[in-house]
Design a protein around this ligand. Structure first.
Ligand code: GTP
Ligand code: SPV
Ligand code: MN
Length: 625
């Protein structure tokens, strides 16, 4: 990695005093001079190097309590509620940029900016941006420090909320800093809320700037984020590094960085399956990762809920880790019924953001209980009035360390060999409950054509259906046409060791808008069929769009689901599917020459099968009874 000088500094810049940089003894000189250069640009009042200790966490909490950024949640030990500014509540995809030298390397689905002109813009914005504030330097490791699939980074930020969140989400501290000694292989990430404080100026509880730039420089592996303190905009280790920059590193180094959950499903008779699953934001990864099976014999162990890094091992198999250290999960919809594991892990040491507060000092959000309790305070700190909208923001979140999940696998920090990969989205029609790809290339086709209803995780109109290939549309740091090719190449490399690929859809609806499938713990039935397909014991039937469970192959015991609903869950109607392919073709078209021919072949094959189905008036052959 070459560390280019940061965006042009002011000509009047004074060198930063070594005392201000305040570097821990033994810090790599390259690290120290980079930190000094950022301090010179942003002019903080002081610099604190994060060590990741509980004492430091407590200091951050005290700072935030004092500033009014957080309030205690008395019903839960060591838990707090942060209320963000209503203009800073989700990822901002329209302000997320890939600054590759060549716009072709960003591709048609990313916002491209010329690196040089972006450096000019950032140079202006970051100039003096931290005046009057403390600059925190957060050395961190994604994956265990020194692990074979792990990577190092440093985030600089002026937001204590970001530092506290990074404590939970990554491995912060001295060990990571020491691992950077003598290497340039770490990702520099600079974040500022962009709200300098003048001498004597009173701060606000959630300072931010409505000018936003979440900028990535894939060639130099740099991240610069300005304006927002929320989630993926500001916790730069997460989407910015572990997906956008890491996907570029993965392309160059022969591995995969994906927006996926990771779980182990274990039967008491000894059967074990490792599964990774890509679903767009707020489409069920955390819930599936913590699933409590409703069918006897099975148990799910959580390995990760949002990001997976995968590398072929010496044995030819694909090995996976969760590079994160905690969960930044969607609160609304989480309840004892839907995700008892998540409820249990949030009983203490949790940072909540934008949830409601009850009269007796506990948190609440839509879906936690049927009725809203009396005397609620909404996420903006007002007495709850339904006329103002929901009590909790739809993208309200909880932040906890992974170790707090009762379902966490005892060996969750180690790599596991993958057996299956699933793709899913929110599709009210069309897409069946589950199907298997005929082979790897067909699986890549399925991944590349994932589409889903928009959720509140990013700005945009909730409910609009959009293509979100591999659930990576907002997170791929390079041209997605090249990304599809990289996936196809990975299949050639893995050969017979490649994980099996599936598509799932928990969100198909009936005519009245209700979900056809009960979801949550019942999804274990689908995972059981997938495990059976991997083991070669479960029956499947080939249909025009993929392999579906044969009659009787899906375990429906104890589930009250009538035949009509079941038929609907698996129904394949050629006409709407053929019109969907028109949309897929248009989507593929924008990639031009970078689209791998394998995907065109797959598209034509599916179309041919659907046309044949239409001509022969065949109904979907595979409807499990
Ligand atoms: P990000 O953290 O944004 O990447 O989201 P995620 O993919 O981890 O989604 P999460 O598991 O947090 O679920 C988001 C919403 O979908 C929550 O409100 C869940 O209650 C709901 N959900 C999850 N699984 C199911 C399911 O099987 N059926 C239904 N109907 N809803 C589900
Ligand atoms: C997502 O939007 O996919 C998230 C939340 O996991 S954030 O960290 O804000 O990106
Ligand atoms: Mn996510």
């Amino acid at each position: 990695m070459t560390l280019l000088p940061p965006a042009p500094t002011r000509s009047s810049a004074k060198p930063v005093k070594p005392a201000l940089v305040n570097a821990p003894e033994g810090a790599d000189p390259g690290v120290v001079s980079w930190v000094a250069s950022i301090a010179e640009l942003t002019e903080p009042k002081d610099i604190v190097w994060a060590d990741g200790t509980p004492e430091e966490y407590q200091r951050l909490v005290d700072i935030m309590l004092e500033a009014g950024t957080i309030v205690p949640v008395p019903a839960r030990p060591n838990s707090y509620l942060a209320r963000s500014n209503p203009d800073d509540v989700a990822r901002m995809e329209s302000r997320t940029f890939i600054c590759a030298e060549d716009s072709d390397d960003a591709g048609p689905t990313n916002n491209w900016r010329d690196p040089e002109s972006m450096r000019q813009v950032l140079g202006g914005l970051f100039d003096g941006a931290m005046r009057g504030r403390t600059m925190f330097v957060i050395p961190f490791s994604m994956g265990v420090v020194g692990g074979p699939i792990s990577k190092l980074g440093i985030e600089i930020t002026d937001s204590p909320y970001v530092v506290a969140s990074m404590h939970a989400m990554t491995r912060v501290g001295t060990a990571a800093l020491e691992a950077m000694h003598g290497t340039k292989d770490w990702v520099p990430a600079v974040h500022s809320i962009g709200a300098p404080l003048a001498e004597g100026e009173q701060d606000v509880p959630w300072p931010f700037n409505s000018t936003r730039y979440i900028s990535h420089f894939p060639e130099t592996r740099e991240i610069w984020s300005f304006g927002s303190a929320y989630g993926g905009n500001a916790l730069l280790a997460k989407k910015c590094f572990a997906l956008r920059i890491a996907s570029v590193q993965a392309r160059d180094e022969g591995w995969l960085a994906e927006h996926m959950l990771l779980l182990r499903m274990r039967h008491e008779d000894g059967r074990v399956m490792h599964l990774a699953g890509a679903f767009p934001s707020a489409c069920g990864k955390t819930n599936l990762a913590m699933l409590q099976p409703t069918i006897p014999g099975w148990k799910v162990e959580t390995l990760g809920d949002d990001i997976v890094w995968m590398r072929p091992g010496d044995d030819g198999r694909l090995w996976a880790i969760n590079p994160e250290n905690g969960f930044f999960g969607v609160a609304p919809g989480t309840s004892e019924k839907t995700n008892a594991t998540a409820m249990a892990m949030m009983t203490h040491d949790t940072m909540f953001t934008n949830v409601a507060l009850t009269a007796d000092g506990d948190v609440w959000w839509e879906g936690m209980t049927k009725e809203a309790p009396e005397g609620l305070t909404d996420w903006q700190g007002r007495p709850y009035d339904p006329a103002n909208g929901p009590a909790a923001h739809p993208n309200a979140r909880f932040t906890v360390r992974a170790e707090q999940a009762p379902s966490i696998a005892p060996d969750w920090e180690e790599a596991v060999p993958l057996d299956a990969i699933i793709f899913g989205g929110r599709r009210p029609t069309q897409v069946p409950l589950v199907m298997q790809a005929r082979d790897w290339e067909h699986g890549v086709y399925i991944g590349s054509t994932v589409s889903s209803q928009q959720t509140a995780a990013a700005e945009g109109t909730v409910g609009d259906i959009r293509r979100d290939p591999f659930a990576m549309l907002p997170f791929c740091g390079y041209n997605m046409g090249d990304y599809f090719s990289h996936w196809i190449d990975m299949g050639h490399r893995l050969g017979r060791h490649a994980p099996k690929i599936f598509s799932v859809n928990w969100f198909r609806r009936d005519e009245d808008g209700g979900f056809l499938w009960p979801g949550f713990g019942e999804n274990a039935r689908v995972l059981e069929w997938i495990a059976g397909r991997v083991a070669g014991t479960a029956e499947g039937v080939d249909t025009a769009i993929g392999v579906m469970p044969a009659t009787g192959a899906l375990n429906l015991e104890g589930l009250e689901l009538d035949q009509e609903t079941l038929n609907e869950l698996f129904e394949v109607r050629p006409k709407p599917w053929l019109s969907e392919l028109v949309d897929v073709e248009a989507f593929f078209g924008q990639f031009g020459h970078s689209l791998p021919t394998g995907l065109v072949r797959q598209l034509n094959h599916v179309r041919w099968r659907l046309e044949h189905m239409q001509q022969t008036q065949l109904q979907a052959q595979a409807v499990p009874a």
